[in-house]
Ligand binder design. Structure first.
Ligand code: FNR
Length: 180
């Protein structure tokens, strides 16, 4: 199984990027996870969507080749960060590579609610016609107070969160098989 992680923060020390990278390392025996950065993705522009910049084509090709997408989102002003919405806009047009591709959402924030609002909004966006992605329910991962949960090497030190991740990743891998 090949999964890509789309991380909604381009900050160098991003906790959401650390979470995606941690998952990539911890479950490397279970599935292949490629963590994509949105840093080089230009702003969506309908004028050029049919001859999109190479960075867009490369990004879309990686998503297209994946069996599923893991969305790892921060929460900005109570919703999904613009860089992530921008990525979704590109994915929703022309060849619409997300249609039918399963999604799993998680997120980390410094607040106690761990991106709950952003994830609710993201789930709704992923159901829009140009994306139409089935989203795993009942396994929400809200990592709150994230600045207290990683060590300097990017390891998740909160045992409860690690245990929970072990279970939901297993559930995700079992669930996504039926779309393969
Ligand atoms: C935030 N942050 C934040 N946190 C939260 O729980 N709810 C929110 O609505 C917001 N809003 C918000 C807006 C903007 C513009 C910034 C820069 C930050 C704090 C946020 O959780 C924190 O910066 C995280 O560290 C962002 O994720 P990364 O970059 O570490 O992955």
């Amino acid at each position: 199984m090949k999964v890509v992680a789309i991380v909604g923060s381009i900050r160098k020390e991003s906790y959401n990027m650390q979470l995606a990278t941690y998952i990539q390392k911890r479950y490397t025996e279970k599935f292949e996870l490629e963590v994509l950065s949105l840093r080089d993705l230009p702003m969506y522009d309908q004028d050029v969507e049919n001859e999109a910049p190479q960075a867009v084509l490369d990004f879309k090709a990686k998503v297209k080749a994946a069996d599923a997408v893991l969305w790892v989102t921060p929460e900005y002003n109570g919703t999904v960060p613009g860089v992530m919405v921008n990525a979704i806009d590109w994915l929703s047009r022309v060849d619409k590579v997300m249609i039918g591709k399963p999604s799993f959402i998680m997120g980390a924030s410094m607040g106690n609610l761990g991106t709950v609002k952003a994830q609710l909004h993201l789930r709704d966006i992923l159901f829009s016609p140009g994306i139409s992605s089935p989203v795993l329910g009942g396994n929400e991962v809200y990592v709150g107070a994230v600045h207290t949960k990683f060590d300097a090497e990017g390891n998740l030190t909160d045992e409860g969160t690690v245990k929970f991740l072990d279970q939901v990743i297993e559930n995700f891998l079992n669930w996504m098989q039926k779309y393969a």
